[in-house]
Design a protein. Structure first.
Length: 45
């Protein structure tokens, strides 16, 4: 038996204040949690 534990994924977090950091690739950072979650689900399946 294997366990897969995932917590604090923050899928719908708006990441407020991200724009105030110069040079941050906002779209990539905003998309990362959903992409990682999809990878996690794929791995589990």
């Amino acid at each position: 038996m294997h366990f897969l534990h995932a917590a604090d994924i923050h899928l719908d977090s708006p990441l407020r204040g991200l724009a105030r950091y110069e040079g941050v690739p906002e779209e990539q950072v905003r998309a990362a949690p959903r992409q990682r979650f999809e990878a996690l689900v794929a791995h589990a399946v």
